[in-house]
Design a binder for this molecule. Structure first.
Ligand code: NAG
Ligand code: NAG
Ligand code: NAG
Ligand code: NAG
Ligand code: NAG
Ligand code: NAG
Ligand code: NAG
Ligand code: NAG
Ligand code: NAG
Ligand code: NAG
Ligand code: NAG
Ligand code: NAG
Length: 820
């Protein structure tokens, strides 16, 4: 008994103590309320916050409390799936700063509806980690963030959106960067895609951060490198990433005083001048990206790099080093021969025969020599690179045969690109390659012994992407292709037989311009894109195609398909592109297109035998291209069509449309193409057409239009009278026929010159922002661009804008690869 009392007392006092110190399992009421309020401001379609009920907020998903004080110290609601349904959407309620002790806040990957970052985030005095990456914030970054003096990690990257209507991209921006200099605890800063156009002092402000280790400012519109810096204080800086900033200057000397640098990425800028010898001071350097720079003397001084014995990654993509191949050989004859792991020399204007000595850089994992003018055959020494994972030789003038012995040691190979060469890949059917590929790109290559699907592909179950376009393949689709394929490009061959059963993982299937015949009957259900245009398909669109519920793009043009558009296609609600042109489809254009396919951007039904009138399509807010030309459509052009404010191209030519051109067409302010030729339209040309400032193609010929051709603004630029030909009752310039007095002045109005001028300026602004942004973005280290994983994780699904950028990048890269 005597022994127990002290124990009881101790237990009791501990309990009191813990109450006093606030150790509890429940959370604090004010904080719970703040969280509930925060939840109330959010739309949570996938119920990620379903655990946010009850008293103990510390047990809620994403919430972390201190086990000493019970305060909420962590709020981690990152949406790493980066997919729409998982994103929380909405607003951050002002009660959030009640979480006074918060030290970690991660809201990345959610969607805050293009609202500004709230100023009150500056009130979290203990915050060490703030991640708002890819979270749909817009506007100016509030200077109040400068109050976060304990912050160590700040990630504001990838907050941009693409404005479809205006056609521009909009990103977070800085009014000035002064507040950054107050973040004296900062270690990692990521402001990728934040616009720095108004932050000329950025370098001085960053230089005030004594502990900063990583700075990522990709595509921030930095524009210039401050020439001088009185004292370089970046003693801890290991990573400096300034890619895609159109910096037009020489590389300033202060960069080379940051001797702690390990990763220096300056690609995608307009750097020029002499390549500085002070680069030799950066002895810790592991990665150097100078892609897109143009150095004087054809990069003679490249030899300076040869002493950077820790260098593993060198990206010189698009740096003209044409005539100094010999210098390069010298560079890699020293210590770099052992250290180098990734070498990107794509688009560097290399010519002559394939550099044999590359086979000596024996630790290479990635080698990109694409888009050069290398000729002759691939040397056997490539076979020495037994660690090689990525080999890209596409778009050169290489010829000769790659035989199996050449590749015998490349057991680590994951992706191989030999497209756009004259290489023969001579592999017998029973070849068992030493590697397991994820990506194989052999477009425009000859396949030996005869053009056929290489049988050895059977041994590659991990294959994810296969590019065999334009490879002369002349046989039926085999049933043994690896079933894990997600991207399959087989366009421009002579593949025969029926359209195959699609593999379950397939997402993108390009089969255009082949000789597929028969009808479409076998399908599976995860395809996003199906391109079967220019084949020999017959019959109707089978109902089974409607099982492709994820389908975003369907191309069936230039076949012999017939019948009506099946009603069940209505359930493919994700469709953005529907191209059924140049077939023999009949019947009315279904009204459900305008009701169900709400994401439609491109609708082409041209050159079929559709009859009836144009259905109601004005509820398709995303529609950009509408082509119903060359059918048997009749009736009136519906007035409501003018509600398609975003339409860029409208082609209704070669039908039997009657009545007047609706005035509402003048409301489609983005219209670039308008073709109403060869119908039976009558009446006057609406003067509102003059307000279509972006119009660059107009054809109203062969109708029954009458009256004065309106003039002014954009219409004045159409001086070719043939666009009005075949309308005997039209008059006025550019026609020679004078208007007689009794023709009504069809609603002519004096156009407001000023408003159109300002609109024009806006266009230029948008265009330049967009172009600049895209160029800035894609002009970065090529290997990065083409790496499947990177591409997928960043671009596939984040949001609409990223998809577009991705498409544009791929298109640009593809063009570039084809040496256009
Ligand atoms: C709080 O609790 C967690 C889990 O029980 C433990 O890992 C952590 O070390 C504790 N922290 C402190 C400061 O006691
Ligand atoms: C921020 O979150 C994203 C994921 O949404 C992640 O990729 C990134 O690494 C995080 N940033 C930091 C600095 O941790
Ligand atoms: C940030 O600090 C400034 C003073 O430096 C103060 O006026 C302002 O209210 C603070 N803002 C927040 C959100 O704490
Ligand atoms: C931003 O940069 C930091 C390094 O400073 C990095 O850790 C983080 O992953 C980057 N964020 C994203 C979204 O890539
Ligand atoms: C850089 O460091 C020097 C010396 O420590 C100091 O005088 C100067 O103020 C610092 N510069 C900035 C911008 O913080
Ligand atoms: C760079 O370092 C050199 C010495 O290597 C020194 O003379 C020069 O002042 C430094 N420049 C800056 C901007 O720190
Ligand atoms: C870079 O600046 C120079 C003048 O300093 C100018 O002549 C040149 O055209 C600019 N280059 C680019 C790509 O803007
Ligand atoms: C590299 O390849 C060539 C040709 O196949 C061979 O002669 C040479 O011995 C190889 N060198 C090494 C280091 O393996
Ligand atoms: C493959 O590796 C073996 C052993 O390292 C070597 O003897 C042979 O020459 C290599 N083959 C090629 C084509 O490099
Ligand atoms: C390969 O190209 C070179 C010149 O580029 C030529 O001399 C050679 O005959 C070609 N070889 C083959 C097999 O076509
Ligand atoms: C292809 O390889 C076979 C045997 O493997 C050989 O007989 C034939 O000559 C090779 N063809 C070419 C063009 O190299
Ligand atoms: C059209 O009218 C103008 C004056 O109004 C006259 O000079 C011109 O000759 C006329 N042209 C024709 C083809 O009648």
């Amino acid at each position: 008994m005597g022994g127990r009392t002290p124990l009881l007392v101790l237990t009791f006092s501990l309990a009191v103590l813990s109450i006093k110190l606030g150790i509890s399992h429940g959370c604090r009421e004010t904080e719970r309320k703040a969280l509930i309020d925060f939840k109330r401001g959010l739309h949570d379609p996938s119920n990620r916050l379903s655990s946010w009920v009850g008293e103990d907020c510390c047990a809620w998903e994403g919430v972390g409390c201190s086990n000493i004080s019970g305060h909420v110290i962590k709020l981690d609601l990152r949406n790493s799936r980066r997919m729409d349904p998982w994103a929380l959407r909405g607003d951050i309620t002002p009660s959030l700063p009640s979480l006074q002790q918060l030290n970690r806040l991660d809201l990345s990957g959610n969607y805050f509806m293009h609202k500004p970052i709230p100023k009150f985030l500056g009130a979290f005095r203990r915050l060490t980690y703030l991640n708002l990456s890819g979270a749909g914030f817009m506007g100016r970054v509030p200077a109040q963030l400068g109050n976060l003096s304990t912050l160590q990690h700040l990630d504001l990257s990838y907050n941009c959106y693409w404005d479809d209507e205006g056609g521009g991209s909009f990103c977070l921006s800085l009014e000035n960067s002064g507040w950054i200099s107050l973040l004296t605890s900062l270690r990692h800063l990521n402001m990728t895609w934040v616009s720095f156009t108004n932050a000329a002092n950025w370098l001085q402000d960053l230089n005030a951060l004594p502990h900063v280790q990583e700075i990522e400012l990709i595509s921030c519109d930095l524009g210039t490198f401050p020439r001088s810096l009185s004292h370089v204080n970046f003693t801890s800086l290991t990573t400096l990433d300034l890619r895609g900033n159109y910096i037009n200057s020489t590389i300033p000397d202060w960069v080379f005083n940051i001797t702690s640098l390990e990763f220096l990425y300056l690609g995608g800028n307009d750097l020029h001048g002499f390549f500085p010898d002070s680069v030799t001071k950066l002895t810790s350097l592991k990665a150097l990206d100078l892609s897109g720079s143009v150095f004087q003397d054809g990069f003679m001084q490249v030899t300076h790099i040869s002493n950077l014995c820790k260098l593993q990654i060198l990206c010189l993509s698009s740096v003209p080093i044409n005539d100094v191949l010999a210098n390069l050989e010298m560079v890699f004859s020293g210590c770099l021969r052992n250290s180098m792991e990734e070498l990107d020399l794509s688009g560097t204007q290399l010519s002559g025969s394939f550099p044999d000595w590359l086979g000596n850089i024996k630790n290479l994992k990635s080698l990109d020599l694409s888009s050069n003018s290398l000729c002759g055959s691939v040397p056997a020494s490539i076979g020495n690179l037994s660690l090689l994972q990525h080999l890209s030789l596409g778009s050169n003038d290489l010829n000769g045969t790659i035989s199996k012995d050449d590749l015998a040691n490349l057991s680590s190979l994951k992706s191989l690109d030999i497209s756009y060469n004259s290489i023969y890949l001579n592999k017998s059917d029973d070849w068992i390659p030493p590697f397991q590929l994820n990506g194989l790109y052999m477009g425009f290559c000859q396949i030996l012994p005869k053009p056929h699907f290489p049988k050895w592909l059977r041994t590659q179950p991990t294959l994810d992407e296969l590019y065999l376009s334009n490879a002369g393949i002349k046989e039926a689709f085999p049933n043994w292709l690896p079933s894990g394929l997600r991207y399959l490009y087989l366009s421009d061959n002579k593949i025969t037989g029926e359209v195959p059963q699609f593999f379950p993982k397939l997402k993108y299937l390009y089969l255009s311009n082949n000789s597929f015949s028969g009808n479409l009957s076998k399908t599976s259900s995860n395809l996003l894109l199906l391109d079967l245009s220019s084949n020999k398909l017959v019959g109707g669109v089978p109902d089974s195609l409607c099982n492709l519920q994820m389908l975003e793009s369907l191309h069936l043009s230039h076949n012999n398909l017939s019948g009506q558009i099946p009603h069940c296609l209505k359930s493919c609600t994700e469709l953005a592109t529907l191209d059924l042109g140049h077939n023999n489809f009949i019947g009315n254009i279904p009204t459900w297109i305008g009701e169900s396919l709400l994401y439609l951007k491109t609708l082409s039904l041209r050159s079929n035998a559709f009859t009836g009138s144009i259905p109601q399509l004005s509820s398709l807010p995303s529609l950009r291209i509408l082509d119903l030309s060359n059918n048997n459509l009749s009736g009136n052009i519906p007035e409501e069509l003018g509600n398609l404010h975003g339409l860029r191209s409208l082609n209704l030519s070669k039908n039997y449309l009657i009545g007047q051109i609706p005035w509402s067409i003048g409301r489609m302010k983005q219209l670039e193409v308008l073709d109403l030729s060869r119908n039976n339209l009558s009446g006057a040309i609406p003067s509102d057409l003059a307000a279509l400032n972006f119009l660059n193609h107009l054809n109203l010929s062969y109708n029954n239009l009458s009256g004065r051709i309106p003039n002014g603004n954009q219409l004045q630029t159409f001086t070719d009278s043939s666009i009005y030909a075949g309308n005997p009752n039209l008059c006025g310039p550019p026609l020679t026929k004078n208007c007689t007095l009794n023709i009504a002045k069809a609603g002519e109005e004096e156009q407001n010159e000023d408003s159109s001028k300002s609109r024009m300026e806006t266009l230029w602004l948008y265009t330049s922002i967009t172009l600049g942004f895209i160029i800035g973005f894609w002009a970065i280290c090529g290997s990065l661009l083409l790496q499947q994983t990177w591409r997928t994780s960043y671009f596939r699904a984040i949001d609409n804008m990223f998809d577009k950028l991705y498409v544009m990048m791929v298109v640009t890269v593809a063009k570039y690869k084809r040496k256009l």
